[in-house]
Design a protein around this ligand. Structure first.
Ligand code: F6P
Length: 512
């Protein structure tokens, strides 16, 4: 199963590629963006697969990809990403390639790494250390323990970051005008500083799509690692986050780096003779694209089937990567408690959980997914009947089923422990047709924009989650409609282009 934000377009909307060699990226029409754009991210906007012997690009990434692809198309430039498949590796040997689509084309370059280096960089540091620290995921009595392996993994992380910085500097040197370098996420935290060492006058922004750990929690990292991370990010001119809370955490963490001066009020850091701005740019979704996907015949048919199977039952839905920070297990426990305390709901409610398998190379992820399945099995065994299965987990790809569930939910449960933004909280309200209620963790970045129309919960408080699910299920129509209208309007107000334009304007202001 793929999440809608990862794959809204059928593969054939992007035609196969042309190799462009090593010449300068061609400028396209100017969109008021000063100069061209060079984007770097671990996972690229497309990944290649072989179908019937042909290399076919599959598009990913929802609002982020839409926003960056649009900006790249208008300003010209290039996207650099890691190879994620054998077919991407094949493409990486061709240098810069161009992927053309009907409404947007872009140039991209894949960087390939040997298996061990990539494993240490991606699984070892990015997703087992940085992901854990920024989402507060450690069970601290026993983990983490940093040792020689951590140092070896860190060297691999540094070398991948160096490769990205070199590729960006090289591509930038082909351009007549100074480009804007847009570096994405925690995989590439060291790139801004490494790039600045190569191109001192570069205009660089770094954007974190995930939370940022507070000053105490980030202190768990070895001092050398914490200092390199912070100094790495401070190589940028603008350091961007999804929500105020993560920006403030970053500023407070910067105070722990010797030699910095931090102005919390104006969100500025003075470091190494430069002034770094810390800013908030909430990412959004491409609502028209999502709505178009939900109008397909397959989704219409899946919706009809779901309406029939639901009858008069209420529907709770959750949609996540099978991911520790999403708090899927406590969501199931809350549902279990609801059934224990409120037998009047037996047979009258269903819970559909769409869980996109993720990061299976990491043992914690495999164990967590298994635990979630076991909890759902227990609930189904305890309460289910021949006619009623309380929880249904979807671990395989069912895009039409997922979009149908968005259309029909009565309650959307989004209860992450901590989350940079959470786009599910935005996708659901755009498609829902039943004035469904959003139950939303106050620790999701999306809470800043949507909290006033959602029912907020502390994601650790299972009791509160039970009460809130009940409030949502029993809410009167007038109130449900008022909230649903507010959610939809809030999402539609923040168009995906705003996220990238804000960053480009802030970079442009530096040089004026
Ligand atoms: O939003 C955070 C993020 O890590 C993105 O960078 C990434 O594309 C997504 O989650 C999925 O993670 P992964 O690339 O590890 O599958």
């Amino acid at each position: 199963m793929r999440h809608p934000a990862q794959d809204l377009e059928p593969p054939n909307r992007l035609r196969p590629v042309r190799a462009l060699g090593d010449g300068p990226p061609k400028p396209r029409q100017d969109a008021g963006i000063d100069g061209q754009i060079l984007v770097a991210s671990n996972r690229g906007p497309v990944t290649f697969a072989r179908e019937d012997g042909e290399l076919v690009p599959r598009r990913g990434g929802g609002g982020l990809v839409t926003a960056l692809t649009g900006a790249l198309h208008r300003a010209g430039g290039l996207w650099i990403a890691s190879s994620m498949s054998d077919e991407d590796r094949e493409q990486s040997t061709r240098g810069r390639i161009s992927v053309e689509g009907p409404d947007a084309g872009m140039d991209l370059r894949f960087l390939s790494f040997d298996e061990d280096t990539f494993d240490r960089y991606y699984n070892g540091i990015s997703n087992s250390v940085l992901w854990f620290v920024h989402h507060y995921l450690w069970d601290m009595v026993r983990v983490p323990q940093f040792d020689e392996q951590t140092r070896a993994d860190w060297e691999a992380y540094r070398s991948v970051n160096q490769a990205f910085a070199s590729a960006l500097a090289r591509e930038g040197s082909h351009l007549r005008k100074r480009p804007a370098y847009l570096v994405q996420d925690y995989h590439l935290s060291l790139v801004p500083r490494m790039l600045r060492e190569r191109v001192p006058r570069a205009r660089i922004s770094h954007f974190s799509h995930i939370p940022f750990a507070g000053p105490t929690y980030i202190g768990i990292l070895p001092t050398w690692m914490r200092e390199q991370l912070l100094a790495g990010l401070l190589g940028a001119d603008v350091v961007g986050f999804q929500a105020d809370h993560w920006a403030d955490n970053f500023l407070l963490a910067c105070r722990t780096l010797p030699g910095t001066r931090v102005n919390l009020r104006h969100r500025l850091v003075l470091w190494d003779g430069r002034e770094i701005k810390v800013r908030v740019y909430p990412v959004s979704i491409d609502a028209p694209l999502l709505e178009a996907a939900a109008r397909s015949d397959e989704v219409t048919e899946a919706t009809r089937r779901l309406i029939e199977s639901l009858g008069s039952s209420k529907l709770i839905v959750r949609v996540d990567r099978a991911e520790l920070s999403k708090n899927i297990l406590r969501g199931f426990l809350a549902f279990e408690q609801l059934l224990v305390l409120h037998p009047e709901w037996h047979g009258r409610i269903r819970f559909m959980a769409f869980m996109d398998p993720s990061r299976g190379a990491i043992g914690e992820y495999r164990r967590y997914t298994r635990q979630c399945q076991l909890a759902a099995d227990r609930i189904n065994r305890t309460f289910g009947t021949a006619e009623w299965k309380p929880i249904e987990i979807q671990l395989h790809e069912d895009q039409p089923g997922l979009l149908a569930a968005y259309r029909l939910y009565d309650v959307l449960l989004v209860n992450p422990l901590f989350d940079g933004m959470n786009l599910v909280a935005k996708e659901g309200p755009v498609l829902n047709e039943r004035a469904g209620v959003l139950v939303l963790s106050k620790n999701a970045g999306a809470h800043a924009e949507l909290g006033r129309y959602a029912l907020s919960i502390n994601p650790f408080d299972v009791g509160e989650t039970v009460d809130t699910l009940l409030t949502a299920l029993e809410m009167n129509d007038v109130e449900r409609k008022r909230r649903a209208r507010g959610l939809r309007a809030s999402v539609l107000r923040n168009r995906p282009e705003r996220w990238v334009t804000g960053q480009l304007l802030d970079l442009k202001r530096l040089s004026s």
